[in-house]
Design a protein around this ligand. Structure first.
Ligand code: 3PG
Length: 328
């Protein structure tokens, strides 16, 4: 006979589910808005190194203000903290800029289809670089992920090698970010929100000189004038929106981590990609062939299978969502 359910237990559980539902809905919605404004900006202002830098600068500024005004208590950090954060920030910077370069060259949907292959990179890096081995089911789940991504890539109408490689590099960088994050966050008292804030700041310091070297103020000034003449003053709001929403979606994804298991989180991240892929196809009228959509569906299904069978899913997918955190 089933145990009688205590009504006093059921109520907090129901409230928790509502809270998690709100976190997920907010996280996906913020991510969709980020992706749309990011692409709108890149379509008229193809300088992904600057837009990536501005996203980090905006998040850093928002957090500095919230520390100064004590909306959020500032973290207590030492040299050791920043030293262990450094490799995480290098990987975060590479993963972020590579994804943005990708989106400047191909459809948002294509970048996210390739990014849904991130679990495959987790397994391959863990297997061939860290020497870990996995149950056969894990390797089998990689077949639909890799096969689906490959099918989607070869049938992509607007395929571009830089766009493809950017998404692949982002996958690889985020896997390393996750590995370094595991070490960096272990036993640390800094909250998820503040950890991400520090990560944004350090990434900003790392990225700025490279952005100046690769693109530089002259290109930016000319491009900015051109974008303003095409779009008008609204262009400035688009840039502000992509920067603010980048920080917010990453922050909310971090907050949701406090409430849910890593596995639920990883499934949430995959669902996020579905909502980004579908909404960007609708908004940007991205041409899609049935076989191309089939490839994306197979890859995403493979990610679900992976999350069910992988011992990594509890940790590595947890961190694959970290904006450290794509915690996304
Ligand atoms: C970025 O610019 O960092 C990427 O768009 C991150 O993508 P993700 O958070 O969906 O992994």
């Amino acid at each position: 006979r089933p145990e009688p359910i205590d009504a006093s237990d059921a109520k907090p559980e129901a409230a928790r589910k509502v809270k998690i539902g709100i976190y997920f809905a907010t996280w996906w919605a913020l991510n969709v808005v980020f992706n749309i404004y990011n692409k709108k900006v890149l379509n008229v202002f193809p300088y992904p190194w600057l837009t990536s830098t501005l996203s980090l600068a905006c998040g850093s500024l928002m957090m500095l203000i919230s520390w100064a005004t004590r909306i959020t208590p500032a973290p207590k950090t030492d040299f050791e903290f920043w030293k262990t954060l450094f490799p995480v920030a290098v990987a975060h910077t590479i993963g972020h800029v590579a994804a943005t370069v990708s989106m400047s060259k191909v459809a948002v949907s294509f970048t996210h289809i390739i990014k849904s292959g991130e679990p495959a990179f987790s397994v391959l890096v863990s297997r061939f670089i860290l020497g870990e081995s996995f149950p056969a089911g894990v390797y089998l789940s990689l077949l639909p992920i890799i096969g689906g991504c490959a099918l989607a890539a070869v049938t992509e109408l607007n395929f571009n090698m830089t766009g493809f490689m950017g998404a692949m590099i982002s996958n690889l960088a985020f896997v390393f970010r996750n590995i370094f994050s595991k070490k960096g966050m272990k036993g640390k008292s800094v909250s998820g929100m503040n950890y991400y804030a520090c990560l944004s700041m350090l990434s900003l310091v790392i990225l700025t000189p490279f952005a100046i070297a690769v693109e530089g103020p002259q290109m930016w000034a000319a491009g900015w004038q051109n974008a303003l003449s095409q779009i008008g003053p609204n262009f400035v709001w688009w840039v502000a929106a992509q920067s603010v929403f980048y920080h917010l979606y990453n922050q909310v994804s971090y907050m949701s981590l406090d409430e849910i298991s890593p596995l639920t989180f990883s499934i949430g991240n995959t669902m996020k990609r579905i909502s980004v892929i579908v909404s960007s196809i609708i908004i940007f009228h991205t041409p899609v062939r049935p076989v191309n959509a089939l490839g994306a569906a197979i890859a995403i299904l493979g990610t679900f299978l992976y999350s069910q069978v992988s011992p990594l899913s509890s940790l590595s997918l947890f961190f694959s969502s970290l904006p450290i955190a794509s915690c996304s």
